[in-house]
Structure formats: structure tokens, C-alpha cells
Design a protein around this ligand. Structure first.
Ligand SMILES: [Zn+2]
Length: 186
């Protein structure tokens, strides 16, 4: 987010950004949530912080009205959990997923950072794992054709599925199915 975008959030008092960034007022040395209901500061008196700690280290005190100090970690957690849930519910529908993540209202970069910080893996890795697990399960537990499995796991083509599966499992999907099934029956 640019400073101009942040300023627009301040003007609209949009509480979706609470915890995403914080606003400090130079003239009072107080920092707030973006949605603070107090009188708006002048633009020239405003500076932005990534988190409350950064604001406090710069000598700013939390606003008594919006209490940014109480809020700090909660929205981050909420954002991380929301993204995770979206992945789990929509990992087979990429367009829908991209749209829903966009609606959270934070930048892609920020979303990646929050997710990684909270779950210790990148969202991409998490998303890939969901697809792999879905494909593995179907390969072993159903008689669906490989092309059906590819599409139901959200791949755009059979070759994309083969490439992805092989890269992650070191086996082609057909070989994986054969070897694992052979293992079960022997
Ligand atoms: Zn405030």
C-alpha cells in the first residue's frame, strides 16, 4: 500500500485495515488504528507504522479512544485464518480463490507475509499441498481417470497436472497409482 492509499483509508475510516497498518500523529505523538473515530489529523502531521511496536519505539503512545495496543495481533490472526480457510474451500477453483483473496483488502505481498509468519509456510506451498493431497487421495481411493482427477483438483490441463505432480512426488500420477496400489494388494 502506498501512503496515499493509506491516507484514503484514514479518510474513509475503513476498519478492514485495523492491524494492517497504524497511523501516528506527529503533533500529539499518539498513534491510532486507521479507523479511529477521533478528529482526523492533518495529512502533513501523519506518518504510518507497520505495527504498534514500531510506533512505540518511535516514541508514540497508543490512543486512548481506539486502543491500537489492544488490537495489534488479532487482525493479523484473523487475516491468516481467513486466507487459510479460503484456500481450503476454494483451492480447486483458482479464479474464485483469487477473487476472494482480493476482497480481503490487503496487498498480495502483505497477505504472503502474514500467512508465512502465522503458519510457517508460504501460501503457495500450502495451496500446492492441498492440491497434491486431493490428487493423491483420488488416485488411490477412486477409479476416476487421471484427466478427471486433474480437473477436479483444479488443474487447467493434464500436462500441467503431470508436471506439478511429478515435481512434488517424483513420480507421474499413473505410476504413483500403480505403485501404491500394488503395495496395498501385495
Ligand atoms: Zn485513536
Amino acid at each position: 500500500m502506498t501512503d496515499d492509499q493509506k491516507w484514503q483509508v484514514i479518510l474513509s475510516r475503513d476498519d478492514h485495515y485495523d492491524g494492517v497498518f497504524f497511523v501516528g500523529v506527529k503533533s500529539t505523538k499518539i498513534f491510532c488504528r486507521p479507523s479511529c473515530k477521533s478528529k482526523r489529523p492533518l495529512r502533513k502531521n501523519v506518518l504510518f507504522f507497520e505495527n504498534g511496536k514500531q510506533a512505540e519505539q518511535a516514541g508514540y503512545r497508543p490512543c486512548k479512544r481506539c486502543r491500537p495496543d489492544l488490537l495489534e495481533y488479532q487482525p493479523i490472526k484473523e487475516i491468516a485464518e481467513k486466507v487459510k480457510l479460503l484456500f481450503e474451500n476454494h483451492f480447486t477453483q483458482q479464479k474464485e480463490l483469487t477473487k476472494k483473496i482480493g476482497q480481503i483488502g490487503i496487498t498480495y505481498h502483505r497477505m504472503v507475509n502474514i500467512f508465512k509468519k502465522y503458519y510457517g509456510v508460504t501460501p503457495k506451498k500450502y495451496y500446492d499441498n492441498l492440491k497434491i493431497e486431493e490428487a493423491r487421495k483420488k488416485l488411490l481411493e477412486t477409479n476416476d481417470t487421471i484427466i478427471d482427477i486433474a480437473y477436479s483438483a483444479g488443474f487447467q490441463s493434464l500436462s500441467a497436472f503431470y508436471k506439478f505432480f511429478k515435481k512434488n512426488m517424483n513420480l507421474s500420477p499413473s505410476k504413483y497409482r500403480k505403485e501404491k496400489n500394488y503395495g496395498i494388494h501385495s
